[in-house]
Ligand binder design. Structure first.
Ligand SMILES: NC(=O)c1ccc[n+]([C@@H]2O[C@H](COP(=O)([O-])OP(=O)(O)OC[C@H]3O[C@@H](n4cnc5c(N)ncnc54)[C@H](OP(=O)(O)O)[C@@H]3O)[C@@H](O)[C@H]2O)c1
Length: 324
């Protein structure tokens, strides 16, 4: 079967289409005939050789891809929740061979049945971002109806889902984005959008209950600036697992009785809650997958170049095979 492999770390040009052995599922795994995956910042970070947190896990030749949508081919002996022919979406094993491949084998408990009426390309755009956005907004952010939520990088892959989840749960949603994304975000449910290029959010906001940092840009000053807009008892959730929470930031939060946490990694509970929660919200028409552009797998290098601009609205999908 065909799969993308990286034989040396580097730029998009190191992404190679390779002929590799088709995987077979272990007892707790399913094998999946893949239709779609998508590009995440983690993919280009891994391709470049990783960061301090991830470097030790990356072995060459390296497979990439954190999202998977496809049809179950085979189930391992311990798998009871799926059968051959089920349309599923989820997050493949990490470390592992990734999902930029015609077939994958992955732990069944990291997958869910796809929402009822969406395409494989839409399903491929969702899982890992839904995992982070749901864990951040719902599981760790404990979002409540009527609360004020500030989402940094609201138009991105994680951000757009965070906006939709928070809006669906009755929060007042404020997002940061470039001005060209204002209408896009209002249509997804944002109540207020702040152009981070021309406005300082810390000068115009106050009484925020939850700050969710979903920016692909590592800006250390953003955490301390965010404290200025947070109310007593509020929560800061950050997607930057590679940036431990600094003591001065924690001290500033403690002064207002607020807390902070990092989101990512994913336990079995969080995979299950986020995928099932996302499926339910999509089936109820409250949330949708937002695709910026679909590339065939063979154009993966161009898809990475696009993602690395850090200005994609929604998701870049890699189509692995056409839906019949
Ligand atoms: N996807 C995952 O599975 C996953 C898992 C764990 C952690 N994360 C982390 O979550 C973060 C977000 O990932 P993502 O997939 O959502 O990234 P992304 O889709 O590449 O984010 C793109 C968005 O970032 C916005 N942006 C760029 N510079 C900004 C700035 N200075 N301030 C505010 N917004 C800015 C852009 O907004 P405009 O175009 O409007 O300027 C664009 O909409 C990353 O750090 C990633 O490592 C992701």
């Amino acid at each position: 079967m065909k799969a993308i492999r990286v034989y040396e770390f580097g730029g998009p040009e190191v992404l190679q289409m390779a002929e590799v052995e088709r995987p077979t599922p272990a007892a707790d795994e399913i094998s999946i005939k893949m239709y779609a995956t998508s590009v995440n910042p983690a993919d280009y970070i891994f391709r470049q050789g990783g960061n301090n947190v991830i470097r030790a896990y990356l072995k060459l030749p390296l497979g990439l891809g954190l999202d998977a949508a496809g049809v179950v081919e085979e189930t391992g002996s311990e798998v009871t929740q799926f059968k051959a022919g089920d349309r599923v979406y989820g997050v493949p094993n990490f470390p592992g061979d990734g999902s930029y491949a015609e077939y994958i084998a992955a732990k069944a408990n990291q997958f869910s049945l796809m929402p009822d009426h969406i395409s494989f390309n839409e399903a491929g755009a969702l899982p890992s971002c839904a995992l982070i956005a749901w864990n951040g907004i719902v599981d760790l952010g404990h979002i409540q109806r009527g609360q004020r939520v500030l989402i940094h990088a609201a138009a991105g892959g994680v951000g757009n889902l965070a906006v939709q989840f928070a809006h669906a749960m009755g929060a007042y949603v404020i997002g940061t984005a470039s001005a060209y994304n204002f209408n896009f975000l209002k249509n997804l449910g944002a109540d207020e959008v702040i152009d981070y290029n021309s406005q300082h959010f810390e000068d115009v906001l106050q009484n925020v209950d939850l700050v969710f940092n979903a920016s692909p840009v590592r800006d250390k000053s953003l955490r301390l600036k965010s404290v200025k807009v947070m109310r007593e008892g509020s929560i800061f959730v950050c997607t930057h697992l590679d940036q431990p929470l600094e003591q001065d930031f924690l001290d500033a939060l403690a002064k207002i009785g607020a807390t902070a946490t990092l989101v990512g990694g994913g336990s079995v509970t969080t995979y299950t809650s986020s995928l099932q929660g996302t499926t339910q919200m999509i089936n109820e028409g409250k949330v949708k997958a937002v695709i910026s552009k679909i590339y065939p797998l063979v154009e993966v290098a161009e898809a990475h170049r696009q993602s690395e601009t850090k200005h994609v609205s929604g998701k870049i999908v890699l189509e692995i095979r056409k839906e019949e």
